[in-house]
Design a protein around this ligand. Structure first.
Ligand code: C2E
Ligand code: MG
Ligand code: MG
Ligand code: MG
Length: 293
């Protein structure tokens, strides 16, 4: 009977699995042309300095406007892009768009504004990782590398194939900053933070969602932040959705916050508008914070 059941189960799932594989392969093929066909979109999620409430950074996030499937989230295609290698072309496109936006913001008299760009471990793997081309592109734009923060995840630091130390050195030499995304979800030790001279860590939303009074969440966040500060690292909390979460993070000295409480990811134009609004002349009382970000 068990055998029979097993076979039925197999028969039941097989067509489903084939369908998933078929979709993945189709997407993989279509993705090769997504950049040329101008189907990629970029959005920016504001990052707020918690002490002042000001937007002083933003994270660039990619979307794929698929001709049949509609607007696709990176969760639906980044893993496939990594697998096929399309991530290199997509990553280059995102980087250029992000740098152009950073340049526009700089021209709005915000010389310190920084745009964060995600870069997955796969993009660092081989010579296709293009880091020198990125630096050349910034020089072309006449943009300081300091206006870009590269966001990497813990798996990159643990990946021996990435030869990451050398590449980080090149970024650093150019004065580009590095942020460690999804902190606390992997196996990254404190030693790595020091060794790779990380500038920012981003506390994962799974910690932020657990900040209610009387839970361990706030103790944990406080400990991470205190440790980071001792190492000269600033902290960005991700996935802030409620004022309570924001206040809890402020109370333990968190530097920056990002999340739906402040803003969803928005277009470059909307980002520029939001920033213009916060620097409106009526807002004189807040001028003192101007220099901080
Ligand atoms: P991430 O880098 O950790 O980006 C943060 C994700 O959290 C974004 O999802 C953002 O929309 C979402 N988020 C922001 N605030 C909130 C909140 O308050 N609540 C909740 N529930 N979610 C929030 P998104 O845009 O779907 O991106 C997903 C992931 O895809 C990113 O996670 C990043 O790892 C990856 N990704 C996005 N763009 C790129 C890219 O250009 N290159 C690479 N390699 N990966 C990218
Ligand atoms: Mg990120
Ligand atoms: Mg994250
Ligand atoms: Mg540092």
């Amino acid at each position: 009977a068990a055998k029979q059941q097993g076979r039925n189960r197999y028969n039941y799932f097989a067509p489903f699995m084939q369908e998933a594989t078929r979709v993945r392969m189709a997407l993989g093929n279509e993705m090769r042309e997504a950049v040329e066909r101008e189907e990629l979109r970029i959005v920016f999620q504001p990052i707020i300095e918690l002490a002042s409430g000001r937007i002083c950074k933003a994270e660039a996030l990619v979307r794929w406007q698929h001709p049949q499937r509609g607007l696709m989230s990176p969760h639906e295609f980044i893993a496939i892009a990594e697998h096929t290698g399309a991530i290199v072309g997509i990553g280059d496109w995102v980087f250029r768009q992000a740098a152009r936006e950073a340049k526009r913001l700089q021209q709005m008299a915000l010389p310190e504004f920084q745009i964060c760009v995600n870069k997955s471990a796969w993009q660092f793997r081989d010579d296709g990782s293009n880091y020198q081309e990125w630096l050349d592109f910034l020089a072309e734009l006449d943009l300081q590398a300091h206006n870009i923060i590269i966001e990497v995840t813990e798996d990159l630091l643990l990946d021996p194939a990435s030869a990451i130390a050398d590449k980080f050195k090149a970024f650093r030499a150019a004065n580009m900053q590095v942020s460690l995304d999804d902190f606390g979800t992997g196996y990254c030790s404190v030693a790595f933070l020091k060794r790779y001279d990380i500038d920012y860590i981003k506390i994962d939303p799974s910690f932020v969602s657990n900040l209610a009074e009387g839970t361990d969440g706030i103790t944990l966040c406080g400990a991470i932040i205190a440790m980071a500060h001792k190492l000269g690292i600033q902290v960005i909390a991700e996935g802030i959705e409620t004022p309570q979460q924001m206040q809890a993070l402020q109370s333990v000295g968190c530097d920056f916050g990002q999340g739906y409480l402040f803003s969803k990811p928005i277009s470059g134009l909307e980002l520029e508008k939001s920033i213009k609004n916060q620097y409106a002349p009526v807002d004189k009382s807040l001028d003192i914070h101007r220099t901080t970000c």
